[in-house]
Design a protein around this ligand. Sequence first.
Ligand code: ADP
Length: 190
Amino acid sequence: MGRGDLVFMGPPGSGKGTQAQTLVREHGWVQLSTGELFRDHLKRETALGRAARGYMDRGELVPDAVTVDMVRERLREIPAGTRIVFDGFPRTVAQADALDRLLGELGRRVDAVILLDVPRQEILDRLGKRARAEGRTDDTPEVIGKRFDVYEQQTRPVVEHYERRRAVRRVDGVGGVDAVATRLREAAER
Ligand code: ADP
């Protein structure tokens, strides 16, 4: 059996999405980003997209059941033997438990959790810039603050959950994109 899957974690705006994309491209792995999946549903105006919109616009988490169903669907499309990098999922302990079950059914498992460490102030600066550059409707200062609180309250416990399993690899997320990419590559290939 090949290597297990990876979970990328980090506060909103830590750059994990962009970094996961680069890493995945280099290695021929598959990125499963729940944020991207939700944005795709919004664009296509599916029922799921309509259900998710309000939560996203408020910076709240979409309910676990909706999120887990979406992940289950996506997992069916990914060939066995292809390494998955989960990005933005799991974000609650209930999602982490659901992920274990889903992967177990497919003969897969989480190998390591890569945590991108970026201080809060650095992130607030970066997110302000991204909002202006990309025009994301959930990047206003109020919603950014909310997403941060949600991360601290609901997602921090997921880090602790994986720490108990000794699965977490911390990576310093401050620095140029290339420098951070090098650190992440090292952590992912270890
Ligand atoms: P960021 O990491 O910058 O906050 P994402 O693209 O990961 O952005 O997520 C954007 C929004 O999509 C979140 O604020 C939330 O509303 C929703 N979302 C993404 N992933 C999840 C998830 N695993 N569980 C619940 N909601 C999610």
